[in-house]
Ligand binder design. Sequence first.
Ligand code: MN
Length: 248
Amino acid sequence: MIDFHCHLDLYPEPADIIRECSRRRMYVLSMTTTPSAWSMSSALAAGCDRIRTALGLHPQLAAERKSELSEFDRLLPETRYVGEVGLDGSPECSPFWRDQVEVFEHVLASCSAGGGRIISIHSRRAEGEVLSHLESYRQAGTMVLHWFSGSRQSLERAVGLGCWFSVGPSMLRTKKGRGLVESMPADRVLTESDGPFAKHDGCPVVPWDVQDAVLRLASMWRLSPGEAEERLLLNLRALLGSIRDGQT
Ligand code: MN
């Protein structure tokens, strides 16, 4: 199983979650929300072959933490993965929209200068603006739009730009979400939990809850659950092959 977008360091007991992910031999990409959290967060998963930690600066923290952009640049050579980054157009985030844009542009420019990264991107209520930025920074790497919730039109635009998508159980539980996932190229889809932010029945989801997404994808793709897992693993391999710079 693959969880390509979660926040291991935000669980109350990350060590327990990491142990269970390892026991299940899961591939996990753990996000960070600030550059200063990266070192400790990646240390949590030290020695776990299938767990990687992305270097991020969450758009909701853009105003508060943009002073950490120099730390972002300092750490960037140490990882192939960037996230969570992006833009958030929700009313509570619009007062610092300019800080968000400044941070996102800085991140994309640094990734471009650094030869490209695999980037997990937040685009809530800002899909158009996110895609315009990705158009301007095509050298930034391979973009994975996490929990994409935009219009059918912006989805087509994202597909045209070569974006990938990580989709979770919460997204696949809604009719709109399923409609979007059905329109995504099956060879550019990965699973995600977005735990512990994402909740189900009031409880934070855990990485292995992606199993529910695998089952839903299987029926959507008219595959058996095993075949869907296989498809997702092939996708993961193709994605990792898209950035070859000798880093892990
Ligand atoms: Mn997230």
